[in-house]
Design a protein around this ligand. Sequence first.
Ligand SMILES: *[C@@H]1O[C@H](CO)[C@@H](O)[C@H](O)[C@H]1NC(C)=O
Ligand SMILES: *[C@@H]1O[C@H](CO)[C@@H](O)[C@H](O)[C@H]1NC(C)=O
Ligand SMILES: *[C@@H]1O[C@H](CO)[C@@H](O)[C@H](O)[C@H]1NC(C)=O
Ligand SMILES: *[C@@H]1O[C@H](CO)[C@@H](O)[C@H](O)[C@H]1NC(C)=O
Ligand SMILES: *[C@@H]1O[C@H](CO)[C@@H](O)[C@H](O)[C@H]1NC(C)=O
Ligand SMILES: *[C@@H]1O[C@H](CO)[C@@H](O)[C@H](O)[C@H]1NC(C)=O
Length: 497
Amino acid sequence: MASLALICLLAVAAAIAAAIAESAVAPGTKPNIILLFNDDQDITLGGTTPMAFTEKLMSTGATVDNFFVNTPVCCPSRTTLLSGGYPHNWHTTTGGCMHMNVMNDQFRQRTIGIYMKALGYTTGQFGKLLNPNGVAAYCAKTNAVPVPGFDSYLTMCNDNRYFGNTFTSNGTFVEKGKDPEDYLTSVIGNHSLDFIEASLQAGRPFFAYISPHAPHVPATPAPWYADKFSDKQAPRTPNYNYSAADHHYVIRSQPILTSKEGNESDALFRDRWRSLLSVDDITKDVVSLLEKYDQVDNTYILWTSDHGFQLGQFRLPSCKLQPYDHDIRVPFRIKGPGLKQGSHSFVASMVDVAPTIIELGGGTVPEEMDGHSFASLLMSDSSAPKDETRDRMTIEYWTLGNVIRYGHYIDMPNNTYIGIRLVNDTHNYLYVEYYQDVKEMKFTDKGFEFELFDVSKDPYQMKNLYGTPEADDQLVTELHEYLHKQVVCKGQEECKL
Ligand SMILES: *[C@@H]1O[C@H](CO)[C@@H](O)[C@H](O)[C@H]1NC(C)=O
Ligand SMILES: *[C@@H]1O[C@H](CO)[C@@H](O)[C@H](O)[C@H]1NC(C)=O
Ligand SMILES: *[C@@H]1O[C@H](CO)[C@@H](O)[C@H](O)[C@H]1NC(C)=O
Ligand SMILES: *[C@@H]1O[C@H](CO)[C@@H](O)[C@H](O)[C@H]1NC(C)=O
Ligand SMILES: *[C@@H]1O[C@H](CO)[C@@H](O)[C@H](O)[C@H]1NC(C)=O
Ligand SMILES: *[C@@H]1O[C@H](CO)[C@@H](O)[C@H](O)[C@H]1NC(C)=O
């Protein structure tokens, strides 16, 4: 079974290789690409601050200021990253990995590693790929299916812990203990370093996909960082512990955040920051290694996260799953050859990352991907058409059912929605349509609750303008129409910018 699956994958990989090969350049001249992909790292609550080395390093590169995730939950967002496809194209009503149908060859043949290998890259993946439901076949103790597209990997088999972790390493099941040297983030970091050094020694361009579990709960810090930041607390943003009576049901039905819950949320904030110190250590050691081999200027480093987080916003003590900026806006920083340094104000989203990486690697974006590369917009000698408008992205979320954190319902069946984030020189809006538990494949056009925020005036999304005299009805109609086309689109042609 396993070997048959492998043969099928190899055949497909070869076919893709032939299709993309014409754009490949001679070995040794390609830039290396490192993707640092964190788990639940926000940007709006100060989530990047503890990674001081990485922040400083990336300040010499480019920042995509308006970068958002297409869905604020782990497995679907990772599915989007890996495939360059919107969640709706992988959606299943029968289980899956948080509703994503990723346990099949069709998905396996479409992951970023496959395309990068076809472009001549040596590929490695270290850390969390998908949640356990998405990696069961790779984690089987006998006849494990190889993680497709990666020459070398240490892929997490469990989640939600930082010691005693299990992995599949090149197809072999590995269990780590509970000693300090078994600390998850450091294990991921050290394997990443080994892979990068081996690739540098071999003189082969590499694609390293490094995906720590930090700062995901339980956000256990490394023992040597456990005492840091003890004077910090979660930021009291204007929407912290705020009762938003005009928002959708999950939000408007929240009871107050008690003092105890506030303290729990503060403790989590501190541990999240502490856990990120070990991720910052990965960056430090990776950069030293690149310096040793004189490859700093020939390497792209990308840094982003699968979604943001909430710590008391609208009284939700923890977690994500909401369409507001604290959950959907994440860091996107990139450093490497030819980039125009500084801020870029166009809008991009997770679905665009795989296409962008493929273009940075010298390939052309595969027709089957829904996202669009923004690589050329980042270049200092930009040959990109200047009239290319990138001012919007779409959000999709299917409820996980009733989910309780610190005594609060943070998800309910009717927390199911599609939305759009629009940012251009004159408009900065969030528009969302909510549904009762959507079981079928497609969203129908009958949302039952709606939200509209003018984010330029209301950065914390506290005042729902929908149905009020302040709402721009023409804009709502335009956004509704765009949204409903986008949430059923498939492929480069159909999925518009
Ligand atoms: C995984 O396989 C690759 C390719 O064969 C090899 O270079 C690498 O050393 C292996 N990694 C481990 C941890 O065994
Ligand atoms: C390797 O592991 C050690 C602890 O065992 C840790 O101090 C170090 O930061 C790790 N390296 C990376 C790159 O994560
Ligand atoms: C929360 O923490 C504050 C400050 O440390 C403390 O005064 C308060 O008693 C704590 N609340 C509860 C319910 O433990
Ligand atoms: C939230 O607000 C209520 C009053 O509305 C207050 O009693 C409670 O202590 C606040 N919680 C926190 C964590 O600040
Ligand atoms: C949303 O779902 C909850 C839980 O099932 C239910 O109690 C509530 O009435 C629903 N709200 C609306 C507006 O349908
Ligand atoms: C921003 O988008 C809105 C909605 O499509 C549009 O009406 C407006 O003209 C755009 N502004 C700019 C500067 O492109």
